[in-house]
Design a binder for this molecule. Structure first.
Ligand code: SF4
Length: 315
């Protein structure tokens, strides 16, 4: 039987960012150096495939430090960053810990601390319950940071001439942030902006690349986990930029091949910053078995960012 023809557009860049690659390497190196088990507070990155494979290598994931009975074992804090109180708790309980916070999240922490020291109230644009936002808000002791999700939330704030600063979660949609910042500027005449955007290079580049393939695709597949903020944003960006159907799946086992009917001739593929390229390649392999595919890579930019490891794990 002749196979149906499919054009595949692969977004570049896609998948692992430098912060995620570093966080995974931290867990692997810690297992090499200290042996098993190594405890990790919270999923090291929001990706089921990554978490499962690290678990197989000897990582034990916990939600809170209380769950760790053997206090002689090291604990790693995730790439999303933790509140100051979590580190204080670890020290008080005698844990050795390694902080895998992404340097770009750390940069936002430093801004929050500086604004607080300068007595400037701060708006944090982000999702209230996201671990990164909890960690950023938790960098300062007093209640000096207000969280807003979007421009609608900003409408609920009182106008003020008081000096006010804003910072952002690193994995939001670039376009949505612009809208929220415009709303903030209308509300606060003395608004202090971050020197450079807090939305990180990886989020920005992946969203720009997905915009390029969205227009070409009848269906756009984002590889990533449902709890990954940057992966969810890629799906939303695709739908807002010309693709009528975009789906977010952990891996190919979640793809319903019956959905690829006569109306689908062009498929876009990308992957969130915490998704492994292996999973993308498995998807391509399965598509190849069923369809006559031609693959074109659509490049927004070539990335070469690398973050160094914490001193205790350097070779
Ligand atoms: S998405 Fe951005 S902020 Fe988050 S880990 Fe990757 S590089 Fe760091």
């Amino acid at each position: 039987m002749t196979k149906k023809k499919l054009n595949i557009y692969l977004a570049e860049p896609r998948g692992f960012c430098a912060g995620v690659a570093r966080a995974i390497q931290i867990v692997e190196k810690a297992i090499e150096k200290y042996g098993k088990p190594i405890y990790v507070r919270h999923e090291i990155v929001h990706n089921k495939f990554v978490v499962d494979s690290l678990r197989d290598k000897g990582a034990v994931f916990v939600d809170e430090l209380d769950e760790i009975k053997d206090k002689s074992r090291p604990v790693i804090f995730s790439a999303h960053g933790v509140a100051k109180s979590v580190k204080e708790e670890a020290i008080a309980k005698g844990f050795e810990f390694i902080d895998a916070v992404c340097p770009l999240v750390k940069k936002v922490h430093k801004q929050a601390i500086k604004f607080d020291k300068d007595n400037i109230k701060t708006i944090l644009i982000g999702k209230k319950n996201h671990v990164e936002v909890i960690g950023t808000k938790g960098q300062i002791d007093r209640d000096n940071i207000k969280i807003v999700k979007d421009a609608k939330d900003v409408e609920l704030l009182d106008k003020s001439n008081e000096e006010m600063a804003y910072i952002c979660q690193t994995t939001l949609s670039v376009d949505e942030i612009d809208e929220t910042v415009r709303a903030l500027k209308n509300k606060f005449t003395n608004l202090i902006e971050p020197k450079a955007s807090d939305v990180c290079y990886a989020t920005t580049n992946r969203q720009r690349a997905v915009k390029k393939i969205a227009k070409l695709s009848d269906l756009l597949i984002v590889i990533g986990s449902q709890n990954s903020s940057n992966s969810k944003k890629l799906r939303e960006v695709a739908e807002k930029n010309g693709c009528s159907k975009a789906i977010l799946i952990d891996d190919v086992s979640f793809l319903d091949f019956d959905e690829i009917d006569d109306s689908i001739n062009n498929i876009g593929i990308t992957a969130g910053a915490s998704a492994d390229e292996v999973v993308v390649q498995k998807l391509l392999d399965e598509l190849k078995k069923r369809f006559d595919i031609s693959v074109e890579t659509v490049t927004e930019i070539k990335e070469d960012m690398i973050f160094t490891l914490p001193k205790e794990l350097e070779d």
